[in-house]
Each structure stands twice: as C-alpha cells, then as structure tokens.
Design a protein around this ligand. Sequence first.
Ligand code: SF4
Length: 358
Amino acid sequence: MREFFQFNRTELEEFVTTELELPRYRVDQLFQWVYQKRVFDPESWTNIGKADRERLKNVFQFPTLDPKLRVRSIDGTRKYLFTVAEDEVESVMIKQPERMTLCVSSQVGCALGCKFCQTGTMGLKRHLSQGEILTQVFGVLVDSDLNFGDTFSNMVFMGMGEPFHNYEAVTRAISVLNDPHGLALSPRKITVSTAGLVPSIERFFKERVGANLAVSLNATTDEVRNEVMPINRKFPLEKLLGSLRNADLPPRKRITIEYVMLRGVNDSDDDLKRLPQLLRGIPCKVNLIPYNFNTGLGYECPEEGTLHKWQKELMRHNFVVTIRWSKGRDIDAACGQLVTKSAQKGRLREPSQVAANG
Ligand code: SF4
C-alpha cells in the first residue's frame, strides 16, 4: 500500500499512468475527491468506475486524520495534537476577526534551540514528511468540517520546527496545497517563517516557491542574536539581511520581519535606532510580537507603551508595522509555546473541553 499524501502531482501522475496503467485524468479526479471533497473512501468516488475504484482502494492508504487532542482557547483559537507514526505534532487554527489561519509544524521538535522558544527546548527528533505535513492540514480541515463549519483562508509554517531545515518536504507540501485540483490555496496565502537559514532563503527565492517569507529577526546586534538565536553564529545578521536585500521579489511583495520583543534584551532605544538602519533596502513589513510571558524560559514582555513607541517610530521610517498579539495563550498555542505532551506532560486537555470552552 502507498500513502496518498506522500505523492506530489508529478509523482502521482507517473504512478497512476505507468504502474496502475490508468488514464491521466484519473489523477485530477483523485485530487478532487481527496483534496477538494475530502472523501477518503474509494468506494465513494462515484465518477470512477467500479473496477478502477477497486484497484485504487487496494493501492492507496490514508493516514488517520483524527486529532488525538483538541483544545479551544477563549479567543476561539484551536490547538490540535496529531499522532504521526510514533510522534506527536501540534497544529493551531488561529482565529482572527477577518480570517482563520492554520499554523502547521514541519518537524518533531527543532534543532535550532532559540532561547525564547519552548519547541527549541525539545531538540530535534526528526523531520516531518510531506505526507505528515499534509496530514495535519487535512486533519484540521476534516475536523473543522465536522465540528465547526469553518475553514482556513491562510496558512503559516510557524508551528514546531524550522521549515527551511526540512526544505524539501515543506516545499513539496506547498506544491500540493497550491494545485488547482487540490486545495487551490494561493501561494500568497501561505507564509513560511524561518529563523534565518541563508542558503535555503536563497534557494526559496531562486526556485520561486511563491509563498510569503517571514524572517524571525529578534535582535539588532550579532551579540544579542547569537545569544537568543544560536543559528546567528552560522548566519550572522549581515549575511542574513544581505540575502533578503538581494531577493528578487515581485513588485509589491514584502518580506515579513518578525521581532519578538524581549524586555531588557532587544527592546532598548539603541535597538530601535538600529532596526530601521538594518532593514534599509529590504522590501519588508515589520511584525512586533510581544513575548509570551508564560513560557517559563526566563524572558519577559516589555510594557505595552514600549511596543507602541516602537510601532510609531518604525512607521515614521515608512515601515508598515503591526503589533501581533499572539492568540491562544491560555492553551499554550501562541508563538513559541508549542511543545508536545510527550515532551512536557500534562499541558493539553481532552477534546471534550472544546465544547465546554464554547
Ligand atoms: S523559534 Fe522556530 S527555529 Fe527557533 S527553536 Fe523555536 S521552532 Fe525552532
């Protein structure tokens, strides 16, 4: 048996036409049943003849898409826990007034060890495959169909893991999500967030993946960035920002610079002076992210007044600046809070609590 979500379109075409000796149009039909209609039982694929349905049934298998746990925040954000192979990964459906955004994981744990991030404390267990990334997406979609009647319009790779450390699987998953016969999600609706793996950033632009790029910057000096994001020792600020400055972006496309604000670490007036200089010549917008104070890693969030001062000053330098208050803090689903139950026991609640939370 072959796992359906492991195929990209080219591979599926090859497999269906060569190995199964079925006509090419069956691939569009398969994509439509699975990715658009989310019907995973070949018996129900009514526009495919019985004999072909039988063959497909004996060839493809679909992973279990039921979340092991599901928790809903008071702000409407939902966190899911999926079991993939022997591991657990978390996905978050973030509720915003104007849209729902699905945040998925790309790895079990993370090797980069950013000091302010719970996932970083787990270390890297392994990369997720393309199929395991898609399992999260369709697991959340199926659950939403059944329980909430809503779906997502945007997607971000900001869950557990550094997506560019698992570049192949992430970009393959994006190609399936973009497929017009699949989810037909525009690349403009997908954002990949990186801590700054420069070769992958360059490759991402060169290959014109098309998704949006967010870069987690979080410091204005190498000294501080080395401390909070050890990856900076390998790819220091000048190299990282140089790769963004040289990016060949389509007109009006902007890179998102994320700046997690840490009191007394990266929020000084000198930082505020340096940041616009560092970003000069980079087509970007800035997200200021108040640190999630309850991660227990010893960092704190600055006063709200500091955030507004930064926003005002950066706007004076003509940047588009958003203060991104994290959603789902009460369920540990906000930025930097994802860490699985097996890594930190007792932090998730049972699915029954979804209903109780409204
Ligand atoms: S912030 Fe991102 S890259 Fe850094 S440790 Fe956490 S998951 Fe990894």
